[in-house]
Design a protein around this ligand. Structure first.
Ligand code: ADP
Length: 493
């Protein structure tokens, strides 16, 4: 029972029913307007016909009066030339004839009526032809409602008004109007029933793909995003399904990235944790010399640094993803930031035997977050120093930082170029992916003060640039050094 009620409730709220009802409503409106027009035109025709019939009758009756002029004073005896049987030969069945004197007082009447309606008689001297005083009235007689058309004509004798004659004929003797009404009502209601059924069937058919989409969508679990609707239709529903498919594909990719990210993060943390564990175990297994303990603690500290670095980077990325990395934007001079970064990283460069130089540093203003942009530039310069230092000692080891503008594109740029090993072309497209490293073996550095590589540095640079409405571009070739360029919208006062 409950299931049935839910079904009924669903039906009442369904688009199918609403569509069908709207369809029926509009069709009903059209049919009613059409039927009304048909009905009105039929009534008009009947009226025109009754006018002709009345005129014909009047002609016949007028002839009689010309032959035997009417004298209202003798109206009592008037029998319209009754035949020997006493019947009125002018009178016809169902017709109404009534005679009034000049004072509009009823003298005699024939026909199925006991009481006549009151008439407005034409004014004296008015022309009957022009006025056509025809009246339509419904009259109930013998329990039957009849519509009559009346013609009221003055009776003249030598131009003197003698009285009036009222001729009434049934307006619709064969009941055409009634029949038409029945036909129209039957036709309209029949059509509406068919339309309701047909409309519902059509709407049901049109909505079937929607039902299919709903059912399939219900089956798509949170973890199984590989399903697709694959409707392969070009209509609106097909487009909807395609949009859902595209959305599912994006979601699936995003989930896959998320899974990969978690796996990579765990993997990154596992190595230093294992090292710490092994070193601690080894130190604890037997008594060691203070020098040995010192070495172990150094290892533990360096692994700890690595993990802190990784966790910090992960936190930064997570905040960026959640859109919670609140930027404190202010007007900044990029060249200022570049000088700051150079100053801070100078000692590292010196240790790695890399020359850190500044190129042209004109004032370039952008609207940005000081700390975030500093971090982006620091990551780029640290990378440049780290990878350039892997070159031979007698090789040219230089890192150059410069700033400038692209006036045509209203962009500011900060560029970090190095003379390092370069990046093979096939890796360029993935450089900004999280945890992506060109050569995994190159990450652990001998210099304990050098930043550890975890493959997140460039992803963070890219994220920061995007948060500022900018981007990062890279040009590199194997053995020819690398240039990274952060592009940011110019500050326009
Ligand atoms: P990592 O922490 O490994 O440096 P990044 O995201 O900063 O991670 O960089 C990703 C990869 O891009 C690095 O592993 C490295 O192979 C390559 N790379 C980045 N900068 C340079 C550079 N200046 N010269 C050569 N290779 C670079």
């Amino acid at each position: 029972m409950r299931k049935f009620l839910t079904r009924v409730d669903l039906l009442f709220h369904s688009i199918r029913l609403r569509l069908a009802l709207w369809f029926v409503f509009i069709l009903g409106l059209i049919l009613i307007i059409f039927s009304s027009l048909v009905y009105v035109s039929q009534v008009r025709e009947l009226r025109a016909e009754s006018v002709t019939r009345l005129a014909g009758r009047w002609e016949e009756i007028e002839k009689f009066f010309v032959a035997a002029p009417f004298n209202p004073l003798e109206a009592d005896n008037l029998n319209f030339g009754a035949n020997p049987g006493g019947d009125n030969i002018l009178y016809r069945d169902e017709e109404i004839l009534a005679l009034y004197n000049a004072d509009q007082i009823l003298q005699r009447q024939w026909g199925p009526l006991s009481e006549l309606p009151s008439f407005t008689f034409p004014a004296q001297g008015s022309n009957r032809e022009n006025e056509t005083p025809i009246r339509y009235t419904s009259i109930t007689s013998k329990d039957q409602r009849m519509d009559y058309a009346f013609l009221i004509a003055p009776l003249l004798s030598r131009q003197n008004l003698q009285g009036f004659i009222v001729i009434g004929i049934p307006f619709d003797p064969s009941g055409q109007r009634q029949r038409l009404l029945v036909i129209l009502i039957t036709f309209v209601s029949g059509m509406l029933i068919v339309a309701l059924a047909g409309g519902f069937w059509l709407a049901d058919r049109a909505m079937r793909p929607v039902k299919f989409i709903t059912q399939t969508a219900r089956q798509i679990g949170e973890t199984d995003l590989s399903q697709r609707f694959n409707l392969k239709k070009k209509d609106e529903i097909g487009q909807l399904a395609d949009t859902f498919d595209a959305m599912l594909a994006r979601l699936e990719a995003a989930f896959a990235r998320q899974r990969q990210f978690t796996a990579d993060a765990s993997h990154e943390l596992r190595t230093p944790l294992t090292i710490v564990n092994l070193e601690a175990e080894r130190a604890l297994s037997t008594l060691r010399s203070p020098k040995e303990y010192q070495r172990v603690l150094q290892v533990i500290q360096s692994e700890n640094d690595l993990m802190s670095h990784l966790v910090n980077d992960l936190l930064t990325l997570a905040r960026m993803d959640a859109g919670r990395e609140s930027l404190q934007k202010e007007k900044l001079d990029l060249s200022d930031l570049a000088l700051d970064v150079v100053e801070r990283l100078e000692p590292l460069a010196a240790r790695q035997k890399v020359t850190l130089e500044t190129g042209d540093l004109p004032e370039v203003f952008v609207l940005g977050d000081r700390n975030a942009l500093m971090q982006a530039l620091t990551n780029l310069v640290e990378n440049a120093i780290k990878y350039t230092s892997q070159n031979d000692a007698n090789h040219n080891r230089r890192v150059l930082i410069a700033t400038g503008t692209h006036p045509a594109r209203t962009l500011a740029w900060a560029r970090v170029s190095d003379t390092g090993p370069g990046i093979p072309a096939e890796h360029i497209a993935h450089l900004f992916d999280r945890f992506y490293r060109v050569d995994k073996s190159r990450t652990r550095d001998e210099d304990p003060e050098s930043p550890a590589g975890n493959g997140l540095g460039l992803a963070i640079v890219d994220g920061i640039a995007r948060l500022h409405g900018g981007s990062v571009e890279v040009t590199s070739a194997s053995e020819q050094g690398t240039t990274f360029e952060i592009l940011l919208p110019l500050f326009l006062p």
